[in-house]
Every structure is written in structure tokens, then in C-alpha cells.
Write a protein that binds this ligand. Structure first.
Ligand SMILES: NC(=O)C1=CN([C@@H]2O[C@H](COP(=O)(O)OP(=O)(O)OC[C@H]3O[C@@H](n4cnc5c(N)ncnc54)[C@H](OP(=O)(O)O)[C@@H]3O)[C@@H](O)[C@H]2O)C=CC1
Ligand SMILES: C[C@H]1O[C@H](OP(=O)(O)OP(=O)(O)OC[C@H]2O[C@@H](n3cnc4c(=O)[nH]c(N)nc43)[C@H](O)[C@@H]2O)[C@@H](O)[C@@H](O)C1=O
Length: 317
């Protein structure tokens, strides 16, 4: 294990993951944290990215910037989910190498794996079958970023590697009614139904797909754990290895929020991939395991959401 030190650039620091990473780095207190807002540095502008890296010369990069969204956003905007994410990761990885970055940790997602691969999903399932159509664009961009890091490591001997997180949730999530992921979407919808006294809440799809959820502060801890590994795998799944159906999630959210009405389904909305649970045996063998279980994480996330409602600052992008 190596203690993190030097200058570390957290790309996407205002996002859910980026802000959790900054909290975790502040707690460690062992390095200088570099950030840049999108206004200061649009990562889809190649010359701006090149100038930034040449000027700042970070030692380490945690790349948590991306165009991110739920199943409907992915299905509706494939051009932006492919193009923006390809540009951002390619420009940053190339500029990092050119400026002498020692360590680059790229964030992919477990949606890079084939729609119908064996469950739980092992890292070697990558490229073994067709992707889930609803987030194919995003997955292709993530696969390209993973591969570019792997090729830089093989061709130039630099420590560029990737993490494949499962579905994430926690403070600072995106609560956009249409573009967000399922957990924040349901937290908000059940909360608003409770306040309005609505007799029922409708969830998207059939409710039968299964998903796994990792609390974002656990993820941040796992990312720093990976950066402390002297010889990490080119990519490794970051998850809990525990999944549940969307209907079961909805019932957990209703209980957390204190909503007692009916739950209905809307099969007109996309289900996305039928099941997505990561095999975390490699991560566990390396010595890391999640700490926050879903019930506890939901409570913490809802409390944070309530504070955002209170302050009128619900993040909705
Ligand atoms: N959320 C999830 O369930 C999962 C997320 N991931 C991955 O984790 C990473 C972070 O995701 P998450 O925190 O949820 O996403 P968020 O949308 O919360 O944060 C994304 C960040 O990227 C920044 N960003 C987007 N486009 C640009 C751009 N053109 N230039 C500069 N900055 C930009 C955003 O800036 P701004 O604040 O200005 O909008 C934001 O800070 C991503 O790589 C994502 O693919 C992987 C698996 C699951
Ligand atoms: C995080 C990861 O995984 C993402 O894919 P996903 O897991 O399919 O995304 P999702 O969270 O939006 O949906 C999960 C499930 O939930 C159901 N569902 C019910 N009701 C709502 C609802 O109200 N909103 C949403 N979004 N989904 C709902 C929805 O029908 C589906 O069955 C990628 O986009 C990509 O971002 C990625 O990397």
C-alpha cells in the first residue's frame, strides 16, 4: 500500500462522485487537491485540457467527470453520451500522459458489460457479447476510456488504470425527474407523493429488473484504496455484490420516506438491462469491502435530500 501524496486532480469535483472523493481526500489530508469547474475547464475542449495539464502538472488524476444520466437520458441522447464522454476521456488521458501524470484512475461503469452475460458479472466478461441498447452509447465511451488507459500502460509503462463502479447513490446526486438514476428519482418522487398525500406512486418499467447499489462515500474510499495498490488490475469492479429488484427498491424507498400509498408500474418506460450485479471477488481478494448497507445509505441520502429541499438547492441537471 502506498500513501497518496503530491498534487491530485479530481475531474468532476462538483458531481456526486467527485465531491465524495474530495471529502475522502480532505479526511486523508495527505495531498494537494486540484479542481476546475466546467466554466473554467470544459473537458470537451482539447486545447483547454492540454493547456490545463501542461500548466498544473498533477501527479495523480481521478477522472470522475462525464455526461451521466439514467436509462431514459441515455436512451434519448446517445449522441451526447457517446461524443462528450469519448472526447472528455480521450483528451484528458492523452494530456495526462503528455504532461507526465504518474497515475490516472479512470471511472467506467458496470454497464460496459454485455446485456446477457453471466451474473454476477466478472471483469473478463468485457466485450464477450452485445451491449444493452439503452446505454450502448455511454458504455462504448467507457470501454474506449478503459482501453486507452490499458494501452498507455502497456505501450508506455505508465500506471493508468480503471475502476468499474456499479450503480451509485448518496449525497450530491442528480434528482432531475427525467434524467436521473432510479434511486434518486424514486426518493424524490416518493417524498413529493408523501407531501402531496398522493394515493399512489408510479415507477418506470416493470419493476422486475435487478440492480446493485454502492454508497458513494464507500466508492470514494475504494478509489483511494485502488490508488494505494502498487500493481492494480487494468480494471476492477467496485460494488457490493448484493442486488435487488426495482420493485423491492421502491418498497425500501417508500419505507425510508414514510410513504404508505400504492406503488404502480409503467411498462411504457424502458426497463434497461434485466440484471446488473457485479462479481466483487477480485476487489475482496485485494482487501476492500463495502461498509454501508443499502438501508443505512438510503437513510443518509434521504436526510441529505431533505437538507437540499430545505435550502432550495436540489441538484437537478
Ligand atoms: N452515478 C452512478 O450511478 C455511476 C457513475 N459512474 C461514473 O462515475 C463518474 C461520476 O459520476 P457522477 O458523479 O454520478 O456524475 P455527476 O453528473 O454527478 O458528475 C459529473 C461531473 O462531471 C462534470 N462534467 C460533465 N461534463 C463536463 C465537461 N464537459 N467539462 C467539465 N466537467 C464536466 C460535471 O460538471 P458540472 O458539475 O458542471 O455539471 C460534474 O461535476 C462518471 O465517470 C460516471 O460515469 C459509474 C457508475 C455509476
Ligand atoms: C448507473 C449505470 O446504470 C445506468 O443504467 P440503469 O441502471 O438501467 O439506469 P437507471 O438507474 O436509470 O434505471 C434502473 C432501473 O430503474 C427503473 N426505474 C424505475 N423508476 C425509475 C425512475 O423514475 N427513473 C429511472 N431512471 N429509472 C427508474 C428503470 O426502468 C430501470 O429498470 C446507466 O444509465 C448508466 O448511467 C450507468 O452507468
Amino acid at each position: 500500500m502506498t500513501t497518496l501524496s503530491g498534487k491530485i486532480y479530481v475531474a468532476g469535483h462538483r458531481g456526486m462522485v467527485g465531491s465524495a472523493v474530495c471529502r475522502r481526500l480532505a479526511a486523508a489530508g495527505t495531498c494537494e487537491v486540484l479542481t476546475a469547474s466546467r466554466e473554467a475547464l470544459d473537458l470537451t475542449h482539447q486545447s483547454s485540457v492540454e493547456d490545463f495539464f501542461a500548466e498544473e502538472k498533477p501527479d495523480t488524476v481521478i477522472f470522475a467527470a462525464a455526461r451521466v444520466g439514467g436509462v431514459l437520458a441515455n436512451d434519448t441522447y446517445p449522441v451526447e453520451f457517446l461524443a462528450d464522454n469519448l472526447l472528455m476521456s480521450t483528451f484528458a488521458i492523452n494530456a495526462a500522459y503528455a504532461s507526465g501524470v504518474k497515475r490516472f484512475l479512470f471511472l467506467g461503469s458496470t454497464c460496459i458489460y454485455p446485456r446477457d452475460c453471466a451474473q454476477p458479472i466478472q471483469e473478463n466478461a468485457l466485450l464477450s457479447g452485445p451491449l444493452e441498447k439503452t446505454n450502448e452509447a455511454y458504455a462504448l465511451a467507457k470501454i474506449a476510456g478503459l482501453k486507452l488507459c490499458q494501452y498507455y500502460r502497456r505501450q508506455h509503462g505508465v500506471m493508468f488504470h480503471s475502476a468499474m463502479p456499479t450503480n451509485l447513490y448518496g449525497p450530491g446526486d442528480n434528482y432531475h425527474p427525467q434524467h436521473s438514476h432510479v434511486l434518486p428519482a424514486l426518493l424524490r418522487r416518493f417524498h413529493e407523493a408523501k407531501i402531496a398525500g398522493s394515493p399512489s406512486v408510479t415507477i418506470w418499467g416493470t419493476g422486475t429488473p435487478r440492480r446493485e447499489f454502492l454508497f458513494v462515500d464507500d466508492l470514494a474510499d475504494a478509489l483511494l484504496f485502488l490508488l494505494g495498490q502498487d500493481n492494480p488490475p487494468d480494471w476492477v469492479n467496485l460494488g457490493t455484490g448484493i442486488d435487488l429488484s426495482i420493485l423491492e427498491l421502491a418498497q425500501l424507498v417508500a419505507k425510508t420516506v414514510g410513504y404508505e400509498g400504492a406503488v404502480k408500474t409503467d411498462p411504457e418506460k424502458p426497463d434497461g438491462t434485466p440484471i446488473k450485479c457485479s462479481d466483487v471477488s477480485l476487489l475482496h481478494r485485494m482487501g476492500w469491502k463495502h461498509k454501508v448497507e443499502l438501508t443505512q445509505g438510503l437513510r443518509t441520502t434521504y436526510d441529505h435530500f431533505l437538507s437540499e429541499v430545505e435550502s432550495g438547492e436540489i441538484r437537478s441537471v
